[in-house]
Design a protein around this ligand. Structure first.
Ligand SMILES: Cc1ncc(C[n+]2csc(CCOP(=O)(O)OP(=O)(O)O)c2C)c(N)n1
Length: 621
């Protein structure tokens, strides 16, 4: 007998829509069980998916997907959507190389209307789709589903501001679980909490439940909404002011509330806003109790839950950063630290506990985070902005125009630089060396080990201008950093191994594979440390002493560290033979980090292969 009798029959939402409504709670229960079982085997996002089971079910039940467009924000909560749209079997290879992506992806399914991974794009994209539908004279529904965390970003408000006057037929669903990855922050959160905590909400919910369950006709529904829900809640909610017809809040785990409401909303014209309340981790006790820890999980046993960090695990660069932050803050009271909603992921929780007044979680708002740091620096403080490489892309003009142009001393602690693995192309931090190095005043460093990471952070901290320290996801080499807060000479690399004919110029974490390859080649290896200012003297010395120079970096080749080496050689009129190893001009899919590195030629074998292909007979004595 199958464990999922109903789910087994659903391989397309059309099949789901043939079910009777009374069957849906059972399907929801099967989906929830399937989710826990499947994610416990693969790892992935858990709490957010458990929280959107009924909402996803109701959307595919009511809307004619894929003809009607569902546009998910962030996309980490789309596992049920994937399961219901023919990818259930693929879930066993979720986030593995060649397997199902952890996020919606247009090339993966016609149901994935918009590729995503970074947050707060759904309303903009849905508005574009709705306007296109109108221009083409087509009729279909467009729905954006966005969490309360993602709603805090500027782009979401830019889109609301535009949609409210664009008269587009679209529905925005706010999936409010009162959580981002961490507890939510900011005035919007307070606004939503006020709606929910007020006695008016409870009265409204009762009235709403009664009203919605009888499925009134369109006109009656609209009148009742006007008369009851809106009147009972603060009449001019923020979203109403922005030009939306605000409905809710309703219980997002109650199919009897969701389905009639969605049916009725389908009939209304213009921009609609439905506020849905859900619980992160719903239905799995451990995740309900600790949604932060169960936001993104590695493999675990469902009955036991997640293990803690095992003793003997090598500390991650993230942890090295977190420890440095506390030590530096102790040494200098001007230090303030900022995170755009990634306090846990960036290793800042100990700092937050120890120095609460100097810790700023600004919400998912990277642009604001960068300019906010600039403001702090203007007043003589020393801001450290911890931000994933991929998310700094969001704050690019702020980095250039607000920080670098004014030469303000902001430290960018860039986590997840390079290939991140299972999260895939939306999250790889493989562009930062290119996009930062071209900005005047920036100093850019790439640590090769934990100790160097600490030294580089200290070096960056003591500079009088902006600097980025870019370190990879995961553990380092296992070196315990010295406790001292030592600095490094700016713009200087070091020779780590002396050999002949070939010199490998390694940047950051590529030092390890370069040293391994050098053993087989008897090559010289330089740990370059700085991408900018790059060590010109060292490069020219190596060029003079070797037949072949090879740079190795975990960044796209275009505009990366190797491009800086090439510039130095060209400017000096050097005729040295030089090749670059790095990432190609293409987006790299998700998969195991080590596997992706090997595929890109960024391991010992890849380096050997490249060097052998470039050596000439006269080099080989
Ligand atoms: C631009 C950007 N910054 C940060 C993140 C990391 N991130 C992924 S999910 C998430 C929290 C989203 O909260 P919410 O929208 O409320 O969804 P929930 O997980 O609560 O369902 C964050 C900060 C991201 N994906 N994109």
């Amino acid at each position: 007998m199958t464990t999922y009798p109903l789910l087994d029959t659903i391989n397309h939402p059309a099949r789901l829509r043939e079910l009777e409504r009374r069957q849906l709670p059972e399907l929801a229960e099967e989906l929830r069980r399937f989710l826990v079982e499947s994610v416990s085997r693969t790892g992935g996002h858990l709490s957010s998916n458990l929280g959107t089971v009924e909402l996803t079910l109701a959307l595919h039940y009511v809307y004619n997907t894929p003809e009607d467009r569902l546009v998910w924000d962030v996309g980490h909560q789309t596992y049920v959507h994937k399961i219901l749209t023919g990818r259930r079997e693929g879930m066993s290879r979720l986030r593995t190389h060649g397997g199902v992506s952890g996020f919606p992806k247009r090339s993966e399914s016609e149901f994935d209307t918009f590729g995503v991974g970074h947050s707060s794009t759904s309303i903009s994209a849905a508005l574009g789709m709705a306007q296109a539908t109108k221009l083409k004279g087509e009729a279909r529904h467009t729905v954006a589903i966005i969490g309360d965390g993602a709603m805090s970003a500027g782009q979401a408000f830019e889109a609301l501001n535009n949609a409210g006057v664009a008269d587009a037929n679209m529905l925005v669903i706010l999936n409010d679980n009162d959580m981002s990855i961490s507890p939510p922050v900011g005035a919007l959160h307070k606004h939503l909490a006020r709606i929910l905590s007020g006695s008016t909400f409870n009265a409204a919910r009762k009235a709403g439940e009664k009203m919605l369950s009888v499925s009134p006709s369109l006109l009656e529904f609209a009148n009742r909404v006007e008369g009851h829900v809106k009147g009972l809640l603060s009449p001019g909610t923020l979203f109403e002011e922005l030009g939306f017809n605000y409905i809710g809040p309703i219980d997002g785990h109650d199919l009897d509330a969701l389905i009639p409401t969605l049916h009725n909303l389908q009939k209304l014209q213009g921009p609609q806003f439905l506020h849905v309340i859900t619980r992160k981790g719903q239905g799995y006790k451990l995740a309900e109790a600790d949604p932060v820890r169960y936001h993104g999980v590695s493999k675990f046993q469902p009955d036991l839950g997640l293990d803690g960090e095992k003793p003997g695990d090598r500390p991650s660069y993230t942890r090295i950063f977190g420890e440095w932050l506390c030590d530096m803050a102790e040494a200098d009271e001007r230090l303030v630290a900022i995170t755009p909603a990634m306090g846990e992921g960036s290793g800042m929780m100990r700092f937050a506990e120890r120095f609460p007044t100097r810790y700023f979680d600004v919400g998912i708002a990277e642009q604001h985070a960068v300019t906010f740091a600039a403001g702090l620096a203007c007043e003589g403080l020393r801001p450290v902005l911890a931000i994933y490489s991929t998310f700094l892309q969001r704050g690019y003009d702020q980095l250039l125009h607000d920080v670098a142009l004014q030469n303000l001393p902001v430290v960018f602690a860039l986590d997840r630089g390079g290939l991140v693995g299972a999260d895939g192309p939306t999250h790889h931090g493989t562009f930062d060396l290119s996009y930062i190095t071209c900005i005047p005043n920036m100093v850019v460093m790439t640590p090769a080990d934990e100790n160097e990471c600490r030294q580089m952070l200290t070096t960056a901290y003591h500079l009088d201008g902006p600097a980025a320290v870019r370190y990879p996801r995961g553990a380092g080499c296992g070196i315990t950093p010295e406790k001292a807060l030592a600095t490094l000479p700016v713009g200087k690399g070091e020779i780590r191994r002396r050999g002949q004919r070939v010199a490998l110029l390694a940047f950051g974490a590529m030092l390890g594979p370069a040293l391994d390859a050098a053993e087989a080649l008897d090559a010289t290896v330089a740990n370059m440390r700085f991408v900018k200012p790059i060590d010109r003297e060292l490069i020219l010395q190596l060029a003079a002493e070797h037949s072949l120079l090879v740079s190795v970096e975990e960044n796209v080749l275009i505009g990366g560290a190797g491009a800086e080496v090439a510039r130095v050689l060209e400017d000096a009129g050097s005729t040295a033979r030089f090749v670059r190893i790095g990432l190609p001009d293409s987006f790299i899919d998700h998969g195991d980090q080590a596997l992706l590195l090997a595929e890109a030629g960024l391991d010992k074998n890849g380096i050997l292969k490249k060097v052998h292909s470039c050596l000439k007979p006269q080099d080989k004595q």
